[in-house]
Design a protein around this ligand. Structure first.
Ligand code: TXA
Ligand code: MG
Length: 326
């Protein structure tokens, strides 16, 4: 298990070919620092329609628009709210998606019919080169079929979309999606992600946290209401190691996922024990690949502490497991 996976070198011809496909209205998968994206020209409604169709994504679930520079940002928003400036300074390029008022150039299909648009400038040389070469902002959800774990390698993308053109940039660095915040109204955190709440509070101390829709309330981010990240086998999430052990004793085909530090304690069980890494950063990088690769038996996952990147990890694990930990 490598500390930080290397970014593969991608020849300019590959970037140019992919950029030409984007300009023609086709769909191309590409790496970012978070997960792989399924990209199309964000300003071309027919191209964007292909993304929704390929993913099997509900039409009301808006896409993130990826830009490579500030002038492209200006083309897709109506105006830039003052709070955005320090956030962009600190976190762009990087895994922070900012929702602002939509510019007229962006078709309604891209934003799921909404008047605001989610924007991010990815911190990945291949993604930035692709967007710049295409010369248009690229709408891209994670490059998985709806409901499946997000792809952190080119091979994962091909599992879900055989035959698709995917630019292979190697394994993604964060392995968890971007943090999504809205500045379209009162500043609010809508999705936990690779930028932590603690980091955001250093810039906007009073940011509201609306990552889970309150009962009876419409979710702020449509993505909140759909099932996500589901492995192909049953999965249960634990924060109590004794409860996990007790469950593991009931099975002979369990796969246990945990941090390195717990492997020894769990190794006496009749189960396959897999370390996802020594810390939360590595855990986050490896979790989706582990959810994808377990294809038999039952998955028992020992969660992490809800601080820093651990909060985003627990959010994804709860969605994958369909409920809070035991
Ligand atoms: O790291 C990432 O963000 C990756 C890479 C490819 O950039 N993309 C990604 O996209 O995770 P996706 O579509 O899987 O998740 C985007 C989330 C969804 O939950 C969606 O509902 C929300 O962002 N979203 C997008 N536009 C929005 C908007 N205008 N208002 C509220 N939520 C929005
Ligand atoms: Mg997704």
């Amino acid at each position: 298990m490598m500390a930080t996976p290397p970014i593969l070198d991608v020849p300019q011809e590959v970037i140019d070919t992919a950029a030409a496909l984007i300009r023609e209205g086709s769909v191309v998968a590409f790496p970012t620092e978070t997960v792989y994206g399924l990209g199309a020209d964000a300003l071309d409604p027919d191209a964007v329609a292909k993304i929704f169709e390929m993913k099997g994504r509900p039409a009301d679930n808006p896409l993130i628009v990826h830009v490579s520079d500030r002038s492209m940002l200006n083309r897709v928003v109506a105006s830039i709210p003052p709070e955005a400036e320090p956030l962009m300074q600190r976190f762009w390029p990087g895994p922070l998606t900012i929702i602002m008022e939509k510019g007229d150039a962006v078709p309604g299909i891209t934003t799921g019919g909404r008047g605001d648009v989610a924007i991010r400038m990815p911190d990945h040389p291949v993604a930035l080169r692709l967007i710049a070469a295409a010369g248009v902002p690229i709408a891209a959800p994670s490059a998985n079929r709806s409901g499946r774990p997000s792809p952190t390698s080119a091979a994962h993308v091909l599992e879900d979309f055989p035959g698709l053109m995917v630019i292979d940039g190697g394994e993604t660095r964060h392995g968890l999606e971007s943090t999504v915040i809205s500045l379209a109204g009162t500043p609010a955190l809508l999705r936990l992600g690779a930028v932590t709440l603690e980091q955001l509070r250093e810039v906007i101390p009073g940011i509201e946290v609306r990552t889970k829709a309150a009962a009876g309330e419409a979710p702020q981010s449509p993505g909140q209401k759909y099932r996500h990240y589901a492995p192909s086998v049953p999965m249960r999430l634990f924060t109590d190691i004794e409860a996990l052990k007790e469950e593991a004793r009931k099975h002979h085909d369990a796969t246990i996922l945990c941090k390195e530090g717990h492997v020894e304690e769990l190794s006496g069980l009749d189960a396959r024990v897999i370390s996802l890494g020594k810390d939360e950063e590595e855990f986050g990088r490896n979790i989706y690949a582990a959810l994808r690769s377990t294809k038999e038996g039952i998955l028992l996952v020992l969660g992490v502490e809800r601080r820093g990147i651990g909060s985003a990890i627990m959010d994804r694990l709860e969605r994958a497991a369909h409920g809070p930990p035991q």
